[in-house]
Write a protein that binds this ligand. Structure first.
Ligand code: SAH
Length: 420
């Protein structure tokens, strides 16, 4: 989502005649697009602002957009008095106001809805993988999560607006569409006639676009994997056989305190249905270890579920207490050293499982999408249908979508060769 927001911001400024630079001391405007999900990300923003402030031209404008802006609000100006703008995730389209009026501080952290999507210029050329946000915000109120506060309650974009952006991306270079949302499978839009559109409708419609060869979506809430959506994995071959469906913890009592009221039976049953629809489907997850009150036995249950599902790729985090959340006030906060030890154990096992899956791909031929070349320029980097990185020898005019035979694998990536 932040990558997408960054593109839109860049397109907006390029539209006004500005150009990118990697050199802070050369920039006329410096924008930090920020994440507030864990405390570390927030802390990094303020130390980076200190560095930028010393390195930038005296006349250059600088500020923050996104979730840290929303969370800190006017307090950011107190911490960094010469900061020029603080714009929340739903008001970054107001950025040009600071160019019109550079002497006034610009603060806007409203949850204004979907205005930004349609008030910004479209990108002239789409990247090969186009991220298309379809909804913003979340209604689930997990007790650890700051997102309902920073991005607000769920709002879905109109079906027409999403499809117009998708079509535009397809006509300007996109081959893969990734639908985005904090609760992407909660997408629900009702038009004037009362017709309801779901994520499955967007997938079906997008699959009809000839230029689009691959479709995926992230992030999903387990109990919103409805049957119409599961069916898409059976009926739409362009939908990739890969799904991020975070479980967070394998301990029922922890899930209850996280306010994620699904049982392990329900969660595994959804995976069973997905495998019936698409036998080669692979699942990835997010995990939080050291949630308040998590006992050794609770953590062992998380280790067990990771083992059972065989997630092929996961993101795992130490629990980080966040402002505006219930869990931050819970008793039995877990000491840092225990969190770190649990994370290390979980990560080690997740990495082994990931390596096993990567090795199981050796000798298979996978249809892969070109991402670019590596740093040396001697290799090309492709993405498999399971989002693994696959490295092949450089070749001129390499196809954007190629059948690649996998020849070697390690934890992080695959190696392969073109079949022709
Ligand atoms: N559904 C959202 C979640 C964003 S946060 C989305 O993907 O857009 C991504 C992951 O960060 C969550 O799945 C969770 O595992 C982790 N996370 C969220 N809040 C956290 C916290 N307070 N401490 C540690 N990890 C957290």
């Amino acid at each position: 989502m932040n990558v997408y927001d960054g593109w839109r911001i860049a397109a907006m400024l390029e539209h006004r005649g500005m150009a990118r630079t990697d050199d802070v001391s050369d920039a006329d405007i410096i924008i930090l697009n920020t994440c507030a999900v864990r405390a570390k990300a927030t802390d990094k923003v303020f130390s980076a602002l200190g560095r930028i402030r010393r390195a930038k031209k005296p006349t250059a404008l600088f500020g923050i957009v996104g979730c840290v802006a929303r969370e800190s609000g006017a307090d950011a100006f107190r911490r960094i008095p010469d900061l020029n703008f603080v714009l929340g995730p739903q008001s970054y389209h107001k950025l040009p106001d600071i160019l019109e009026n550079p002497d006034a501080r610009l603060l806007n952290i409203d949850l204004g809805g979907l205005e930004k999507f349609d008030s910004l210029p479209q990108m002239e050329k789409s990247p090969r993988v186009a991220y298309i946000p379809i909804q913003e915000g979340c209604n689930h109120v997990c007790t650890y999560c700051i997102v309902p506060y920073t991005r607000g309650r769920e709002i879905s974009r109109s079906f027409e607006s999403v499809m117009a952006e998708t079509l535009h991306a397809a006509k300007t270079g996109a081959i893969e569409i990734c639908f985005l949302g904090q609760n992407v499978n909660g997408y629900k839009y009702t038009d004037e006639n009362g017709t309801i559109y779901r994520l499955s409708d967007l997938i079906r419609e997008t699959a009809k676009i000839p230029e689009i060869m691959r479709i995926r979506f992230t992030s999903s809430y387990p109990t919103e994997m409805t049957d119409d959506l599961i069916d898409m994995f059976k009926t739409e071959p362009k939908l990739l056989p890969f799904l991020n469906m975070p479980i967070q913890s394998g301990a029922p009592t922890v899930l209850t305190r996280m306010n994620r009221p699904y049982s392990l039976e329900l969660y595994t049953d959804i995976i069973r249905k997905l495998k019936i629809a698409r036998p080669d489907i692979q699942i990835s997850s997010d995990f939080i270890v050291g949630f308040p009150g998590e006992s050794d036995q609770d953590f062992e249950q998380t280790m067990r579920i990771a083992e059972q599902i065989k997630y092929i790729n996961s993101y795992s985090f130490k629990y980080s207490p966040r402002p505006h959340t219930v869990a931050a006030l819970m008793p039995d906060q877990i000491p840092e050293n225990i969190k770190a030890a649990r994370l290390a154990r979980l990560d080690t096992r997740l990495n082994e499982i990931q390596r096993d899956f990567n090795e199981s791909c050796i000798d298979k031929t996978l249809s892969c999408l070109l991402e670019g070349s590596d740093k040396t320029g001697r290799h090309l980097v492709y993405r498999t249908p399971f989002m693994q990185q696959c490295i092949v020898e450089f070749r001129d005019n390499a196809p954007e979508l190629a059948d690649i035979k996998i020849t070697a694998a390690n934890k992080a990536s695959l190696r392969g060769k073109f079949i022709d």
